[in-house]
Ligand binder design. Structure first.
Ligand code: OOG
Ligand code: MG
Length: 259
């Protein structure tokens, strides 16, 4: 039985990895195969291991559904986490190569760089000790499922739709990052407005949540790792040729162009 489940998880991980590699969406896995949340995280681990086997390296983690705006947009309300690799990084002001994505969406986020190993649950009071720097960011999500439609288990297995991230200027760890106004513009048009406080009341709470997940799922967040706190606004689809700008009040913009 156990062996059988392992084989199924591996099969599903390969399907997701192939969809990502080939930029071709697949049907929601949960339609034909039942799996629970812990199996979904196992499928995620197996599928990201394929990338690691291709010499990508783990650069950190992302949180999802940490704001009401995102929960409502996607119809799911549990905080989720996924993995980031070096191949997902796009330099600030850089190019997103549209043909490497299925149906990319962008969302404004806050990123943390971790200063020391997080191997236990942290809290809002001591979190600062674990933060080396803070940056405004954009996440590019690109569900491997048709029509960006999924169950909670599906999206966890699919590495929480993670596909790209753009980091703005790194700021001192003491920079006040809560209650910062955000505007998301596509081709100069304001498409979303939000505030960093929409992220669990304070983006630092995302790092606390991740520390709980790390304890539960048995991983460590290492010095230098990037943690994306989750989007403050709903995500927006982008098209080839679009220029995306995320403005964070008082901070330098984060931008990318889809080519
Ligand atoms: C899932 C990923 C959610 C966020 O910031 O809330 C996420 C999705 O919306 O496809 O990255
Ligand atoms: Mg996100």
């Amino acid at each position: 039985m156990f062996q059988y489940m392992k084989q199924i998880n591996e099969k599903l991980a390969i399907q997701l990895d192939n969809a990502a590699k080939g930029c071709s969406p697949i049907k929601q896995l949960s339609i034909n195969q039942q799996f629970d949340i812990s199996e979904a995280y196992e499928i995620q681990r197996l599928s990201i291991n394929k990338r690691i086997d291709r010499n990508e390296s783990l650069t950190g983690y992302k949180l999802g559904f940490t704001s009401k705006a995102k929960m409502e947009q996607m119809g799911l309300s549990d905080v989720i986490w996924g993995r980031l690799t070096d191949s997902m990084a796009i330099p600030n002001g850089g190019l997103l190569h549209f043909n490497k994505f299925i149906h990319p969406r962008v969302e404004p986020e806050i990123a943390f760089k971790v200063s020391k190993t997080i191997d236990d649950i942290i809290n809002l009071e001591n979190a600062a000790e674990y933060i080396a720097a803070i940056a405004p960011a954009i996440e590019v999500i690109d569900s491997r499922y048709e029509n960006f439609k999924f169950s909670l288990e599906d999206v966890i297995a699919d590495n929480c739709s993670s596909s790209g991230y753009i980091l703005g200027e790194w700021l001192a760890s003491t920079t006040p990052i809560n209650h910062v106004e955000i505007s998301l513009l596509i081709n100069g048009q304001l498409v979303q407005k939000g505030n960093t406080s929409a992220i669990l009341g304070n983006p630092i709470a995302s790092l606390v949540e991740l520390s709980k997940m790390a304890k539960k799922y048995g991983f460590q967040i290492k010095p230098g790792h990037i943690v994306l706190a989750g989007a403050a606004t709903p995500a927006e689809y982008i098209s080839m040729g679009d220029r995306v700008v995320a403005e964070f009040q008082g901070l330098k913009d984060v931008t990318l162009s889809a080519t």
